[in-house]
Design a protein around this ligand. Structure first.
Ligand SMILES: Nc1ncnc2c1ncn2[C@@H]1O[C@H](COP(=O)(O)OP(=O)(O)OP(=O)(O)O)[C@@H](O)[C@H]1O
Length: 531
């Protein structure tokens, strides 16, 4: 039985054919993965299926019946639900309020709605409690609320856009268990991901999109991640070089006893101290919401610490404003590229200047040098393989992964001495990821010091020379990237271990873990609490 059939879909944007004659058949009761390089056209196709964009050509059939969507409301009415990469829940409302918002007609806003939420939660093992405030939930729990929200609206086919990008391994396993429950009930899931190992483990069918068109399907049981990547790229992948250590004894960044409190007095960063040397990548592991954002903000100067010092090379920069820090050689790849990394409605070349207004090649003396800035934008587009029809298009019109490549290219182009890299390859395909790693490694060989924050534990372990674990605003543990496994590191991130981590000694996640941002709780433990 076919749940969704897309046939001959074509969608053009100025200068780009985003989708060209795409065919996709999703069977009922299956997880169907959609993979492809950055800019291949995955999001565009899903926006078409979800009624956010109209195709120029092609047809959509749901349960064998041809449909035409003018808005997401039309798609929802036909059982299509979408969980976006950026969650769209209101923090200051409860789970119940978030779920019923806009759909009050379905089951009201009171006890009937509450019963319905509990029923859906139990049926699919989501562990969602209706009356907690969303702000109290961690990333994984929020995602389950988003999933429940679309199920509440009657979705039979769920589109999940890179759902695992923000999850630790244990949370990924829990999500995949939820997907199996959905399948068992005859629902279908369309799963977009750049993590090919995960795709192969969870998908029943895989469709590969290359440069806007479907180039083939893959059978998960008979395919390796490498073969899948090669299908995406259309050629063989280079083998990654082995990394030698380049750590020196020259301190580039020294943080001492940094403390930062919330307005209420709660410590968000508590006695943070570390040193990063020239040629060293210091990886910070942690579940989102444990102080990483505050640490990055303090280092780049977006927030000032209550106490403690930050030394960069031989200078105390604790009180220095952001622009001065950047001018002196601090590079910054922000965690939220839409809020801190880009001017979405400005052309690419203006985005190339952003954050580096006073620096070469963007300025000459006190004047902006637009010609040079534009020329350098072309160079970045070329070097970092930003897929775009030109440098005059807006940043908003780039695919997510290509936006990220532009930011990385911009920051690396200023030859920083110290780079703050928050999720540097989030949303980037495997090929481009390897290229970004190479750029970082090369700069590291030349003495760059890097603070790396990443939810991708393979990246964190693979790129770091030193690993520290942040939990509840404190650096609680350290690990050797040469020996630690993603699973062991994932456990430590939930607060299950401290001190120096040895692989065998790490206990399992404690059963009583809560769903606060500080720990990654399993749905089971949430259910226990609800009883
Ligand atoms: N609103 C738009 N205006 C102009 N061009 C667009 C627009 N949306 C997408 N594009 C272009 O269409 C192509 C496909 O982009 P899309 O976002 O679908 O890729 P993707 O496969 O989802 O990539 P990623 O993995 O990076 O998210 C890209 O070249 C992109 O620049």
């Amino acid at each position: 039985m076919t749940a969704v059939e897309l046939a001959g879909i074509t969608k053009r944007f100025p200068g780009v054919v985003a989708n060209h004659d795409i065919h996709l058949t999703v069977r009922k009761g299956t997880v169907h993965a959609l993979v492809g390089e950055n800019g291949a056209g995955k999001s565009t196709l899903m926006k078409i299926l979800y009624g956010m964009q109209k195709p120029d050509e092609g047809t959509i059939a749901i349960d064998g019946e041809q449909v035409s969507f003018s808005s997401p409301a039309d798609a929802i009415a036909r059982g299509i639900g979408m969980v976006h990469q950026h969650f769209m829940l209101a923090d200051n409302l409860t789970v119940l309020e978030n779920v019923v918002l806009g759909s009050e007609k379905l089951h009201g806003i009171g006890s009937r709605a509450r019963r319905k939420i509990k029923e859906i939660s139990e049926r699919y093992g989501l562990g969602v409690r209706p009356d907690v405030l969303v702000e109290e939930l961690g990333v994984a729990a929020r995602q389950r609320v988003e999933i429940l929200k679309v199920l509440y609206r009657g979705a039979r086919t769920l589109i999940l856009d890179e759902p695992t990008a923000v999850l630790v391994p244990q949370e990924v396993d829990a999500l995949f268990d939820n997907l199996r429950e959905l399948k068992a009930e005859g629902l279908s899931v369309i799963f977009i991901s750049h993590k090919l190992g995960e795709v192969l483990s969870v998908a029943d069918d895989i469709t590969v999109i290359r440069r806007g068109t479907t180039v083939g399907t893959a059978v998960p049981a008979e395919t390796t991640p490498r073969q899948l990547a090669e299908l995406m790229v259309g050629s063989e992948l280079p083998t990654p070089e082995t990394a030698e250590s380049t750590v020196t004894d020259r301190a580039v960044l020294t943080v001492e006893a940094l403390r930062l409190s919330a307005p209420g007095g709660k410590a968000l960063l508590d006695d943070i101290s570390f040193t990063i040397h020239a040629g060293e990548v210091l990886g910070i592991a942690g579940v989102e919401g444990n102080g990483q954002t505050e640490l990055v903000d303090a280092l780049i100067g977006l927030r000032h610490a209550d106490s403690g010092t930050i030394r960069f090379l031989d200078q105390d920069i604790t009180a220095l404003p952001t622009r001065k820090r950047r001018e002196q050689g601090v590079g910054y790849i922000p965690e939220d590229r839409h809020r801190h990394g880009l001017l979405l409605e400005a052309p690419l070349w203006e985005n190339r200047i952003l954050g580096h207004v006073t620096e070469k090649p963007n300025s000459k003396g006190v004047w902006l040098d637009l010609k040079n800035a534009q020329q350098d934008t072309r160079r970045i587009v070329e070097t970092y393989d930003v897929r775009t029809p030109g440098i005059d298009v807006t940043a908003a019109s780039l695919s997510g992964g290509n936006q990220q490549k532009l930011i990385v290219g911009r920051e690396m182009s200023h030859h920083p001495r110290f780079l703050i890299a928050a999720h540097p390859t989030r949303g980037v395909d495997v090929g481009a990821q390897a290229a970004i790693w190479d750029h970082i490694r090369e700069a590291r060989r030349e003495g760059l010091a890097v603070l790396l924050i990443s939810a991708d534990l393979d990246e964190l372990i693979g790129l770091s020379d030193t690993l520290r674990v942040i939990y509840d605003g404190k650096l609680v543990a350290d690990a050797d990237p040469a020996t630690i496994t993603p699973e062991a590191l994932g456990s430590a991130m939930t607060g299950a271990a401290s001190g120096h981590l040895e692989d065998e000694e790490i206990p399992e996640t404690p059963a009583g873990a809560t769903d606060s941002p500080k720990s990654a709780a399993s749905p089971e433990s949430l259910e226990d609490e609800a009883r």
